[in-house]
Design a protein around this ligand. Sequence first.
Ligand code: GLN
Length: 271
Amino acid sequence: MNVRGLAGLAAAAALAIGAVAGCAKDDTGGSTESGVALVKAGVLTTCTHLPYAPFQSKDASGKVVGFDVALIDLVAAKLGVKQEIVDTPFEGIKSGADLNSGKCDVAAAGMTITDERKKVLDFSEPYFDATQALATQTGKEVKTLEELAGKRLGVQGGTTGEEYVNAQVKQKGLKVEVVSFRDLAALQQALATNQVVAAVNDLPVWNEYIKANPGKVVVAAGFDTGEQYGFAVKKGNADLLKAVNDAIAAARTDGTYDKIYAEWIGAKPAA
Ligand code: GLN
């Protein structure tokens, strides 16, 4: 067979595979009344990485709740479906892999919008401002990364906090031992049990931890990284992105955003 014949066969095979895949998708996927495609019929499936209170964590009954959950509930309501949450490592969320493979429709994980992530995800309009913060045990405060020379500093793997610390260490030639933990709970546990002398993560999660464990930990220093969180959809999923943006915009206008903010974050910092 000549080359053109082979190419034709390959094209036919690809079409056949496409047809099968399309069929399989219709069996499990669905779309809303307004025509927004969903990976699972009747629900808006959200990927997140637990725990990340106050944005998403399990309450006493095991239900996932938080600021992000409340905002995505608004999107689900707008689409006429319920939200279903999938807990999965942050790496698959920020790389776009989970959205691309159809594990979920939307990612909501206190996730900072970055240029690198924008290449693999489509982000909503920013919905929350955050900075990085350095936490220590009470009475053991350090104000700078320089003071941590020869000591262990904890970060959370795959996050902007880890990136910030590594960039500072490299740029300033710091002699800090940076230790990476798989999730926020492991990082906070490490700080509480002296495995690290300080830990870097987003400011709101430290504030929440301090509220839940008064007196143990303090925010000793802040690093104004000017981060903003965004929800993400699979690249090109313009219909769902619009639904997300519309829901956030409506919530900002009608006061729902402020209510959710007060419930999960607390009083707004003076502008
Ligand atoms: N905001 C940070 C980031 O995007 C941390 C997110 C998280 O750990 N869930 O990297």
